[in-house]
Ligand binder design. Structure first.
Ligand code: GLU
Length: 306
């Protein structure tokens, strides 16, 4: 759906408060702010805190401190995903009503054992773009009654299960080629040799298999909540790291299934550490707080990154 020429473009920075922000996050936040300012657009902050076990108030507080230090201000109120689970449940209900999701009972250990048994026998098992094995999906072929009974029994006993998208079925309902419009760079053979990806990118959501939409420990997943929120917040431009380039295929599929508008995407380069690997939140020395304490200024960070 084309963006209205009358409304200003909407950008968002969407960190998860599950660790300290690092230079990669600073690049994302600064690019969003610069693009929004150049386009006369709006700039939103969204805290992606559906993982209640890993997200903590002190990380959230540190995000506000780091962003203020970078000189960035965002519109109020800030959207916290944990306050909007009912929005994601409503989207999941729509997919359930269309028969596009199924309850999935295999634990991580059971998935690993399944794949290990196949590989031990000389077979291969497909993996998603992040390297995780695709869900075997024994429940996919159950009839509606079997699924209902399994869910009722699990609810009665507290046995955990997830809701997964039936990827084959979902892709089968889409009658046009799925693409997205990209203005950034395509990751290729690592992250330091980006190939320009400007133009239409063919989305291949099937590479991800039956993705999780709701999990035992949170009534939503990253893919579902990011897609719902970008639409609810009227986001027109998604600017984020190349580590999420391939995930865009799933987001485009969910947007299509849920009749949501299509934003423009810009995936930026990743910042690599001295070891050549992408920075991680668990490395405290490259966190923005640590850099600030070591005497670096926000102007230095800007000069370093942009
Ligand atoms: N919350 C995600 C992260 O911190 C970013 C999601 C997005 O920008 O789409 O990696």
């Amino acid at each position: 759906m084309p963006n209205s020429p009358l409304k200003p473009p909407v950008y968002r920075f969407a960190p998860s408060p599950n660790g300290a922000l690092h230079l990669g996050h600073a690049l994302s936040a600064l690019l969003n702010a610069d693009f929004a300012s150049a386009a006369g657009g709006r700039l939103l902050l969204r805290l992606e805190d559906i993982d209640r076990a890993r997200c903590r108030p002190e990380f959230e507080q540190a995000i506000f401190t780091d962003l203020a230090w970078l000189g960035l201000t965002f519109e109020e109120p800030v959207r916290r995903q944990s306050e909007h689970f009912s929005d994601y449940e409503a989207a999941l209900d729509r997919l359930k009503a269309r028969g596009l999701v199924y309850p999935a009972f295999l634990t991580r250990g059971e998935i690993r054992a399944h794949v290990a048994a196949i590989e031990a026998g000389g077979g291969t098992w497909p993996r998603d773009p992040d390297g995780a094995p695709l869900y075997p999906g024994p429940e996919r072929t159950w009839d509606a009654r079997q699924k209902e009974e399994a869910v009722a029994a699990a609810d009665a006993t507290g046995r955990p299960y997830a809701w997964r998208l039936d990827m084959g079925k979902a892709c089968g309902t889409v009658d046009r080629p799925l693409t997205w419009r990209e203005t950034g760079a395509r990751p290729q053979g690592g992250t330091d040799n980006p190939e320009s990806a400007a133009g239409a990118i063919t989305a291949r959501p099937e590479a991800w298999g039956d993705v999780i939409l709701s999990r035992p420990d949170a009534p939503s997943s990253y893919h579902l909540s990011v897609t719902v929120d970008d639409a609810l917040q009227g986001v027109t431009h998604v600017v984020r790291g190349q580590d999420l380039f391939h995930a865009t295929a799933v987001h485009r599929l969910l947007q299509t299934l849920l009749d949501l508008p299509e934003p423009l995407y810009h995936h930026h380069r990743l910042i690599l550490g001295p070891d050549g690997r992408k920075l991680s939140k668990s490395r405290r020395d490259t966190g923005l707080g640590a850099l600030r304490e070591s005497g670096l200024s926000a102007a230095h960070v800007r000069a370093l990154l942009l």
